[in-house]
Design a protein around this ligand. Structure first.
Ligand code: FDA
Length: 528
């Protein structure tokens, strides 16, 4: 058997809950961890000496920046296949004095589900085998294990009924564990708010392996896990989700325009008044790639309307005549088909391995007052000379604005017109220019300062950005202090959560006072 074939066999076995582990792993720590896992019924794990280790570790890393050799690697990758196995994995990692990193879809922008600060030794508990979804169309609810991807969830919901949907993000390979923990904005959010706003119950495994439900975790913790960011509270094993009603056919479109900076800036300027103010059934976002060609720049507007084409056409032509919508731009499909379209897939929605991987860095902002036409021209001009990248403007308003800013940890509700996601991307051949690209992104973010929210300058926790500050933990359970809480509050804590930060600290102190679940931007507990 060739070595590639051997690796593939090993990966296959690993994905199917057989052991592919431990062979030749050195050191007493690995031995103890291995015995502990087996005694808890977990047989699927991999140490660095195992041929499956690198494949399993890298399998869901979407940002290739964190595959580079300088990035610390885990002592083991553990793949529990049951709730009790997951509980055992947490207890064994703790028993071995290893930091715990929980990974669902692996899409953390800063790699927080599979890295630690200061080379603290750690274990990755990967939930890829905890991906079952059970839909009850009668009650319009679903129980979904956290390791399921959005694609797996959407596919299962779509198969159960053409008229049910779930409100979350557009990328099919993002994991439920991460996206719901941080909020989860998507094409249905103007109508039905965030994924986290549609969580009815959850099963949380706390640092001592206790299994908590909504009624036993208490109000503060149930509040915190719905938007307070992943990796801080325990492991969410599963979520009970409210499914939402959608028409059997909805209308979707992607409309591109190319032209001089002034023309494209004029369209985006106008969009600021249209996108956030359309009826709730409408979603219309802006995607603006960097760069230019022959002096022209491009923009594309992506949209979804929970209604037929003729409704979409009449509202859009009236509210946004400058775009020149035509009936041929619009297509009627089912909601589940639309999720495949917006994920960039023609099929294979539930395939979790189709994710697009690249080297990238992202940042975010919120806009509360429309940017002037003149400033928009300057912004588009700035982008036109940037390295490979893009900005995405997501319209808020609708249901997003009707939820109070402290009902969940996600505070950016009424008064926020739209979010901006900035990104730069590069590939292997450009690794030596990564610093230059990231530097450009930071300068763009700086350039945007006068046009975006202030005091604090807001950011979206699911678009993690370590430039905002880090905890700098130096041991597996961190070492929290009043100073750590203060530093977190005044940097990323305020940016992601505004005045909700202190309630998050309270919830953290209740559920994980020893700071077992930590990462570079986790919520620190008040007492240690
Ligand atoms: P990953 O497994 O890396 O986890 C992210 C964080 O959550 C880590 O800190 C991890 O420890 C923690 N975590 C994971 N599972 C957990 C569990 N079961 N219990 C407790 N903590 C857990 N966002 C959005 O709102 N709308 C969108 O449309 C998109 N689209 C999008 C596209 C692409 C290509 C990327 C890379 C990202 C997005 N995002 C997004 C952002 C996305 O929501 C964010 O990166 C999520 O944290 C990813 O969740 P994963 O489970 O995939 O990541």
């Amino acid at each position: 058997m060739s070595s590639i074939a051997a690796l593939l066999v090993c990966l296959f076995l690993s994905l199917h809950q057989r052991t592919c582990s431990g062979a030749g792993a050195d050191g007493a720590a690995a031995h103890n961890l291995s015995s502990c896992l087996v005694s808890h019924g977990v047989t699927n794990f991999s140490f660095p000496t195992s041929p499956s280790y690198a494949i399993l570790l890298n399998s869901s890393i979407s940002n290739l920046r964190f595959t580079l050799p300088g990035v610390g690697k885990p002592t083991a990758v553990v793949l529990p296949a049951s709730r009790d196995g997951l509980r055992g994995a947490v207890l064994c990692a703790r028993g071995g004095s290893l930091a715990v990193r929980v990974r669902s879809g692996g899409h953390s922008y800063e790699g927080l589900s599979y890295t630690t600060e200061n080379h603290v030794p750690f274990v990755v508990i990967d939930l890829m085998n905890l991906n079952r979804v059970r839909v009850d169309p009668g009650s319009a609810t679903a129980w979904a294990e956290s390791g399921a991807t959005l694609g797996e969830l959407y596919y299962t919901v779509g198969r159960s009924s053409r008229s049910l949907a779930f409100s979350a993000g557009s990328c099919s390979t993002v994991g439920l564990g991460g996206i719901i923990s941080g909020g989860g904005f998507g094409l249905l959010s103007r109508k039905f708010a965030l994924a986290a706003d549609n969580v009815l119950d959850a099963v949380l495994i706390d640092p001592n392996g206790k299994i908590l439900s909504r009624s036993t975790m208490g109000d503060d913790v149930f509040w915190a896990i719905r938007g307070g960011g992943g990796g801080s509270w325990g492991v969410v094993y599963a979520w009970k989700l409210r499914l939402v009603p959608v028409p059997r056919n909805i209308t979707v479109f992607t409309v591109g325009r190319t032209g001089p900076v002034e023309l494209v800036a004029g369209l985006i300027y106008k969009w600021q008044f249209v996108g956030p103010n359309l009826p709730d059934d409408f979603y219309l976002s802006v995607y603006l790639p960097t760069g230019s060609s022959d002096g022209n720049v491009s923009v594309s507007l992506e949209g979804q309307v929970l209604g037929p084409k003729h409704l979409a056409l009449s509202v859009l032509t009236q509210s946004f005549p400058e775009l020149g919508f035509m009936e041929s731009d619009l297509t009627e499909i089912s909601w589940v088909e639309s999720t495949a379209k917006f994920a960039g897939l023609s099929k294979h929605l539930p395939n979790r391995w189709l994710g697009f991987k690249q080297y990238s860095k992202s940042k975010s902002d919120y806009v509360q007052t429309p940017i002037s036409r003149r400033d928009m021209v300057n912004i588009v001009r700035y982008l036109s000379v940037g390295p490979q990248g893009s900005i995405i403007l997501d319209p808020y308003g609708g249901a997003m604005a009707r939820i109070g800013s402290n009902e969940t940890p996600f505070p950016y509700r009424a008064g926020n017109l739209y979010s901006i996601q900035y990104g730069v991307y590069w590939d292997q051949s450009d690794l030596d220019r990564a610093g230059e690209y990231i530097g450009w992104l930071r300068s763009l973010h700086m350039y945007m300062t006068p046009h975006v929210s202030k005091d604090p300058r807001a950011a979206y926790v699911n678009y993690l950005d370590l430039d905002l500050g880090t905890n700098n933990w130096t041991s597996p359970a961190g070492r929290s202090s009043e100073g750590a809480v203060k530093r977190a509050r005044s940097s990323w804590g305020a940016a992601y959560f505004g005045s909700n930060f202190d309630r998050l600290v309270k919830a953290k102190t209740l559920v994980d006072p020893g700071n077992v679940f930590n990462n570079a931007q986790s919520i620190p507990p008040l007492h240690y």
